[in-house]
Design a protein around this ligand. Structure first.
Ligand code: SF4
Length: 340
């Protein structure tokens, strides 16, 4: 398969009164045409900033460095005008809260007409209607609802309408940022099925941002686990879930609730402040496997399998680990070292 998106060494940061927030720190990723990449991690790990940064939708004052190559063209250095032209027909975004994105005064029909006409003024009104109804139909919304207003739909239907609005221009790449937040589990499963079928129906590549690992296991070809602005682990979803290599992935999976859950597990502590993250491996204050090397040196990315990568000293490379580095480090020692 060919990568439709290649993110290389991307850094995204923005200034605050307390200092510079390094929301995305040297991230590299690839998404193949027609495939689904899940981006997971706790809140505050930089997932949404990365998703928006890829589409060039960062807040005012944010800075970007590195490459986001979409079909070989670098979006980071592209002019705002060129980017706007790509959004819609090439790059789409599904937001978390559909109600805040749909205009309550406009019928669904008008939302579709406006979206299509902004990018393709050559289509006749008949073609616009046909294309809109076809896309809505694929989301399970019947033509009889086309002239209704957003408030006449349930939350799940509104989210399906938002997905249809993002897909009506047939984008090659879609970023879905927590698309099932605030939906109940049954509706969540419906949305999930729709997203998983995107590649069959539309050949669209999807970056699915979520903290729901169940969704990723069902819908994604690959998964990237993000922690403190970095990719801790990345690989085929099935392999990562069956045999997680990074302690953070392992802890995340242990914290997932399923029908078999007997004891609730939570990862001790909280994700770090991205203005001044912990030294060395940013996960070290919470890691059950922390070693002497971890707070002192940034881990080096390694490939435990040809198709996987992990950012953790547990996986070497052995020759790079400074002397005595692999000796365990107790939590008490971390606290003393950090106070000093
Ligand atoms: Fe844990 Fe060290 Fe690996 Fe970080 S580098 S995840 S602290 S073992």
């Amino acid at each position: 398969m060919t990568a439709i998106l290649e993110v290389r060494d991307l850094r995204l940061w923005y200034g605050t009164a307390r200092g510079s927030v390094r929301a995305v720190d040297r991230v590299s990723l690839e998404i193949d045409a027609g495939s689904v990449l899940g981006l997971v991690g706790e809140s505050g790990c930089g997932k949404s900033t990365l998703g928006r940064g890829i589409l060039g939708l960062l807040p005012e004052g944010a800075r970007a460095d590195g490459e986001v190559l979409y079909k070989g063209r670098n979006l980071v250095t592209m002019s705002p005008r060129e980017l706007r032209r790509l959004r819609g027909p090439d790059l789409g975004l599904i937001f978390q809260e559909p109600m805040t994105r749909l205009n309550p005064l406009l019928r669904i029909e008008d939302h579709f007409r406006e979206t299509i006409e902004q990018h393709d003024s050559k289509l006749t009104p008949k073609d616009v209607r046909r294309r809109s109804l076809d896309t809505l139909g694929r989301m399970g919304i019947p033509p009889t609802r086309f002239r209704q207003y957003p408030h006449e739909f349930s939350g799940g239907m509104r989210q399906r309408i938002m997905i249809a609005l993002a897909l009506v221009l047939r984008p090659s790449l879609l970023v879905a940022d927590e698309p099932t937040t605030s939906l109940d589990v049954i509706v969540e499963a419906q949305i999930l099925r729709i997203l998983a079928d995107l590649k069959e129906n539309f050949d669209t590549a999807l970056l699915l941002i979520t903290h729901n690992l169940g969704i990723v296991a069902e819908a994604c070809d690959r998964v990237a686990v993000m922690y403190a602005g970095q990719i801790a682990e990345e690989g085929p979803a099935r392999d990562v879930f069956a045999d997680p290599k990074h302690p953070y992935t392992r802890e995340l999976l242990r914290s997932t609730i399923s029908l078999d859950t007997k004891v609730l597990h939570s990862i001790p502590g909280a994700p770090p402040n991205l203005i001044s993250p912990p030294s060395g491996c940013h996960f070290h204050p919470r890691c059950p496997d922390v070693m002497r090397v971890c707070p002192a040196h940034d881990p080096i990315e390694t490939q435990p399998d040809p198709d996987r990568r992990v950012l953790c000293w547990l996986h070497g490379p052995e020759r790079e680990i400074p002397d005595g580095g692999t000796a365990p480090l107790e939590r008490e020692q971390i606290a003393v070292a950090e106070e000093a």
